[in-house]
Design a protein around this ligand. Structure first.
Ligand SMILES: [Ca+2]
Ligand SMILES: [Ca+2]
Ligand SMILES: [Ca+2]
Length: 177
């Protein structure tokens, strides 16, 4: 019996594996495929939510790092990243050379008082821009604020995502879903 024609590969409906969870997050409109529009709408949302102008240096930086990350991930330049494309691409080295800059730039957009850390309100704005569920924003904040000082530092945020992507123990799993 012939195999059915390949539909676009999609992660499980309730993804458990870190890469599948992150991919589900990249698919902002939840149609099963992460498109260029899905990816960049997150920057636009973060910009709008923080009242930043188009010529804000942090907005420009977010677009620049976003373009670099997108170009690296969408290797065949067709405007979409399939789950298989993403899962095969991302690893610790890609995180250190590509992802951390795009994620850090989004973090900086949300850090409106420029302290290098996000308070609960700023973190919630960032999560909403990134397309994470809003209903567990408080639990996510508590999971990432390991020292309980009411702030999530830029380094601890990026380290948590890195550990999550590379399969180490990370509070990010609780923070995403
Ligand atoms: Ca999509
Ligand atoms: Ca592609
Ligand atoms: Ca903290």
């Amino acid at each position: 019996m012939p195999l059915p024609q390949a539909a676009p590969p999609t992660p499980p409906a309730r993804p458990i594996a870190p890469k599948a969870r992150i991919y589900a997050m990249l698919d902002t409109d939840k149609d099963g495929v992460a498109s260029r529009h899905d990816y960049f709408v997150r920057i636009e949302r973060a910009q709008r939510a923080t009242g930043r102008t188009d010529d804000d240096p942090l907005v420009i930086a977010a677009h620049a790092t976003g373009e670099r990350a997108w170009a690296a991930m969408d290797a065949n330049n067709d405007g979409v990243i399939t789950y298989e494309e993403y899962a095969a691409w991302v690893d610790a080295e890609k995180f250190d050379t590509v992802c951390r800059y795009a994620l850090g730039a989004l973090f900086d957009l949300a850090d409106t008082d420029r302290t290098g850390a996000l308070d609960r309100r700023q973190f919630t704005v960032l999560r909403q821009a990134l397309g994470n569920p809003a209903d567990n924003a408080d639990a996510a904040f508590d999971a990432l604020d390991g020292d309980g000082d009411g702030r999530i530092g830029r380094k601890e945020y990026l380290a948590a995502i890195r550990a999550y992507v590379t399969g180490d123990e990370s509070p990010m799993g609780d923070a995403l879903y």
